[in-house]
Design a protein around this ligand. Structure first.
Ligand SMILES: Nc1ncnc2c1ncn2[C@@H]1O[C@H](COP(=O)(O)OP(=O)(O)OP(=O)(O)O)[C@@H](O)[C@H]1O
Length: 251
């Protein structure tokens, strides 16, 4: 009998509803992510992926149930819980009129890092993400791929043990997409737990070992990816996705 692996994320029996929007609701939703896992959350447009990530990062508050990150209730002691995770949102979350260095200075200080650590992490990240030659240029002049890399650098500046990524490679070219996925794999090798959403299911197969499919606010399947494909007798994630969620358009 093995030891139960420690949980990075424990979503326990949550209920949630947007005020004024009865169409989307979570009821008795449970989700567990083990420490060190590469976890993918997939579903059609409007399935509730961003909503669930917003609940797990404390941007939205569940009406019922609890959410714990590394054993800490996200509703309590917000300052210490905020250090446990990084969040790369779908929309760009930086100051367009500032440079990468200035953005990282701002967000590094906001995360509670001292000046020396911010400088060290800025140099490291801009080198890893190929942004050193534009470090002092205004971000608003960057290409979409460069902006995605700035977004990523900001989310990981404080070296968080859990990283949430909401469509981190949307709209980028093959080179930037590959570089971002490779960097995420490096972070995961170093122990970072990844929670990722995307509509790019080929890419997701390279990154994720554990997956959950969400539709209409419900988790309709969750397992190790290889095991899930075998159980559903499918060759790839896209095929299984269409099989489980259907082919109709979603709004
Ligand atoms: N602030 C809000 N108020 C009311 N309803 C909202 C709000 N934000 C999202 N919704 C609704 O909640 C549902 C789920 O949206 P969500 O963004 O979580 O889906 P998603 O799976 O991330 O979709 P996508 O793949 O398109 O990004 C949608 O029907 C959306 O219209």
């Amino acid at each position: 009998m093995g030891l139960t692996p420690e949980l990075a994320i424990d979503v326990n029996n949550i209920g949630f509803r947007y005020p004024g929007n009865p169409d989307v609701s979570f009821s008795h939703l449970n989700l567990k992510v083990n420490k060190g896992e590469r976890f993918g959350l997939f579903g059609p447009n409007g399935a509730g992926k961003t909503t669930l990530i917003s609940l797990m990062t404390g941007l939205l508050k569940a009406d019922e149930g609890s959410i714990k990150l590394l054993g800490h209730d996200i509703g309590k002691n917000k300052n210490s819980v905020n250090k446990l995770f990084g969040f790369i949102p779908q929309d760009f979350s930086f100051y367009h009129e500032l440079s990468p260095v200035e953005n990282l200075e701002f967000f590094g200080a906001w995360s509670g890092l001292d000046k020396q650590t911010v400088k060290r992490r800025t140099d490291e990240l801009l080198t890893i993400l190929g942004l050193n030659n534009v470090r002092d240029k205004q971000v608003q002049k960057f290409s979409g791929g460069m902006k995605r890399r700035v977004n990523l650098a900001i989310g990981v500046i404080h070296n968080p043990p859990i990283l949430f990524l909401d469509e981190p490679t949307v709209g980028v070219d093959v080179q930037t997409g590959r570089a971002i996925i490779d960097y995420l794999l490096v972070l995961n090798k170093g122990g970072t737990t990844l929670v990722y959403t995307s509509h790019q299911l080929n890419e997701a197969e390279d990154l994720c070992e554990e997956v959950a499919l969400i539709d209409g606010g419900k988790i309709i399947a969750q397992d190790n990816l290889k095991h899930l494909l075998k159980t559903h007798n499918q060759d790839n994630l896209e095929q299984m996705f269409l099989n489980l969620t259907g082919k109709e358009y979603r709004n």
